[in-house]
Design a protein around this ligand. Structure first.
Ligand SMILES: C[S@@+](CC[C@H](N)C(=O)[O-])C[C@H]1O[C@@H](n2cnc3c(N)ncnc32)[C@H](O)[C@@H]1O
Ligand SMILES: O=C(O)C(=O)C[C@]1(C(=O)O)C=C[C@@H](O)C=C1
Length: 258
């Protein structure tokens, strides 16, 4: 399938993530800084089961919801993997992509990667990369909004307002695509799926030390919700329907319809 060959991804230098490989006296809270930016493509692929499939299929799903003359948002874009997938798949007339992140290190590198995509392909959708807080953003009328592993980093008390704001910005026929790490209310399910996630990381070459230190680094900054919490909050924010389309271990992606 030509759409799945990801030529741009191959052009990105894959520096291995060794950030937590040496013992740290005190593990600092995780931040999306320059050190993380350097290894991010490797880190996210080895940490999130199904990540390449999710990213590519966000492009495919978006192509079904994109409306002519509208904006497509990639919120918490990091290095722009989702923006690149949107540009590979969306054919609707006169669309543009707005990618937003509040990490200046991410934004700088994201712009470089999107320029590289521009130099390799013709007739790509125009893209703009904004350094901004997505909770403070003035949205343009949009047909597709992607939050790919971003909402879990937004303080819990701000999540509902952000989703309500996104709902108000969505055009009829559009969609929000929301991917998140999940937590489970059933303790056996929680234990099994988080053990399997650890096994996934181990199978991808992370040591016990790396896994443990990364866990301490993210526990104060990344707060996953359950599927039921996501569904309730999306409905409370004004979405009419929530459709899970992907789950691998404790990572899932949902389509929410206006
Ligand atoms: C796990 S990464 C997202 C991965 C990316 N969407 C992808 O598919 O490769 C989370 C991103 O959200 C960004 N972020 C967190 N809080 C944000 C906020 N309030 N406004 C904008 N970006 C934010 C972080 O800087 C980080 O780049
Ligand atoms: O849950 C974990 O252990 C993770 O490493 C997950 C996760 C994420 O879901 O965004 C956390 C931070 C990094 O951005 C990459 C992956």
């Amino acid at each position: 399938m030509p759409g799945f060959s990801m030529p741009e991804a191959r052009a990105v230098k894959q520096i291995p993530d060794r950030i937590y490989a040496t013992p740290q006296e005190q593990v600092a809270d995780f931040v999306f800084n320059e050190a993380v930016v350097r290894v991010f493509p490797d880190m996210i692929k080895r940490s999130v089961p199904g990540y390449p499939t999710i990213v590519e299929n966000i492009g495919v799903i978006a192509s079904q919801f994109a409306q002519p003359h509208s904006t497509l948002y990639d919120l918490g874009c990091s290095l722009g993997a989702v923006s690149q997938a949107l540009r590979r798949h969306v054919q609707a007339e006169d669309c543009r992509v707005i990618a937003v992140d509040n990490s200046s290190a991410m934004v700088e590198r994201c712009r470089e990667y999107l320029h590289a995509q521009d130099s390799m392909f013709q007739e790509l959708l125009p893209v703009e990369v904004l350094e901004a807080d997505i909770c403070q953003l003035e949205f343009q009328p949009a047909s597709v909004v992607a939050l790919n592993f971003t909402l879990q980093f937004i303080p819990r008390e701000q999540r509902r307002d952000l989703l309500a704001h996104i709902r108000q910005t969505l055009l009829p026929g559009g969609a929000l695509i929301l991917s998140e790490k999940l937590r489970f209310e059933d303790s056996e399910e929680q234990e099994l799926l988080s053990d399997l996630h650890i096994a996934f990381k181990r199978a991808n070459g992370y040591s016990e030390l790396e896994i443990a230190q990364k866990r301490s680094a993210i526990e104060n900054v990344m707060k996953p919700d359950s599927l039921a919490e996501h569904r309730e909050r999306l409905l409370a924010a004004g979405f009419s329907k929530v459709i899970p389309w992907f789950q691998c271990l404790n990572f899932a992606s949902l389509i929410a319809l206006p």
